[in-house]
Each structure stands twice: as C-alpha cells, then as structure tokens.
Ligand binder design. Structure first.
Ligand SMILES: Cc1cc2nc3c(=O)[nH]c(=O)nc-3n(C[C@H](O)[C@H](O)[C@H](O)COP(=O)(O)O)c2cc1C
Length: 187
C-alpha cells in the first residue's frame, strides 16, 4: 500500500495540543495546500485568519466579549474558559467561506469547498508531523467574533483549526467496515 494511502486511512484528530506548532513558513505551506481544493467555477471562496502568540489572547478576549454580549451575567468560570480556549494550541487557523452569489454555484457548494480547505490544512499539518483538531461551536456563528475578525456579512466560519504537537498518545482508531456505508451499483 502506498504511504500516502495509509496516511489518509489513519488520519485522526488530536484534542490536546502543545508547542511547537507550525512556524510561519510551514503555515504558508498549509495554506498553499488549502488553496488547491476543489472549487466550482474557481470562486476561491476560502479565507483564513492565522492566530498565533499573543493573537490567541486577543481572540480569547473576543470570545469573552461574545459570551458577555449573549449573557451579561456569565459566570467568572465561563469567562475564564472562553478566555483560555484559544490557548489550547500554539496555532489557530480560522477557515471561513466568503459566500458569493453565483448562478451555478450555490452557497452549499462554496461551504463544501471551504470544508475541503479545512481538511487539507489538517492533513498537511499531520504530514508535517504536527496534529490538529477541527472545532466550531457557537463562536463560529457569533456576530461579535465575526466583527472582531473583520469578516464580511456573507462570510461564514467553517472551522477553528487548532494545530500543534500531539500532547498525548494517538487514540485507537475505530474499525469501520466500508460495506456499512456504501451501496454498489455494478449492473
Ligand atoms: C464541521 C465540524 C465541526 C466540529 N466541531 C467540533 C467541536 O466544536 N468540538 C469538538 O470537540 N469536535 C468537533 N468536531 C469533531 C472533531 O474535529 C473530530 O473530528 C472528532 O473529535 C473525531 O475525531 P477524529 O477526527 O480523530 O475521528 C468537528 C468536526 C467537524 C467536521
């Protein structure tokens, strides 16, 4: 079996991440991989926010602001959790989709392309020896967050990618039978 095929068959997420994460040149390599995803009509709808270092503290404050905008009485513990969320990895990439009106390419297809971009980044990071996890949650659709990230009204966040080094053993991969998911038509 080719190494690439085996790599793809064994991809898995790492919820616990530590330093080091990909450096600036490596992040550019990840983004170059993202820019080669399938893209109907070449709309290039993908957009990225790369958040590292003290940028993670800024994002943490944005999460706190979002929390308080929705719940002005949010408990201190909830605020601390929001503030600390971006510190769970050394590098975050917010993948979004700038949805554009198009007669042949509906919103869903543009979002799928952005999802492919997120997946390519995860795969590319793993190929570099790093690990990552794709998260969304309520902040992905939060007005305060989108405003802070300077997103357009039609820009939708599809992923908060947390990237870094694996902080624990890779989990046991589930055994999945292809036949449980597929129907074949061959006659
Ligand atoms: C669109 C999308 C959103 C996700 N959001 C979250 C999330 O907010 N929190 C989370 O723990 N996992 C989330 N996940 C799942 C993880 O990224 C991961 O796939 C899951 O933990 C299974 O691990 P595995 O990828 O190693 O099989 C999301 C996955 C996708 C595709």
């Amino acid at each position: 079996m080719s190494d690439v095929l085996k790599f793809l068959q064994q991809r898995n997420s790492a919820p616990r991440l530590c330093a080091p994460g990909p450096d600036a040149a490596q992040v550019e390599g990840l983004l170059q991989a993202a820019l080669r995803v399938p893209d109907h009509a070449w709309l290039q709808p993908w957009r990225f926010n790369v958040i590292t270092g003290a940028g993670r503290d800024r994002l943490g404050q944005v999460f706190v602001d979002a929390l308080l905008a929705n719940d002005p009485l949010a408990a201190a513990a909830a605020q601390d959790k929001a503030r600390a969320a971006p510190l769970r990895a050394p590098v975050l990439i917010v993948v979004s989709c700038l949805v554009q009106p198009h007669p042949k390419v509906p919103r869903d297809e543009q979002l799928l392309s952005a999802g492919c971009a997120a997946h390519s980044i995860l795969l590319a990071a793993e190929a570099m020896g790093y690990a990552g996890v794709w998260r969304t949650g309520s902040y992905a659709t939060d007005h305060t967050v989108k405003t802070a990230l300077e997103h357009e009204p039609s820009q939708e966040i599809v992923a908060f990618l947390y990237l870094g080094s694996r902080d624990s053993e890779a989990k046991q991969l589930p055994l999945r039978e292809v036949d449980n998911y597929v129907k074949y038509w061959n006659q």
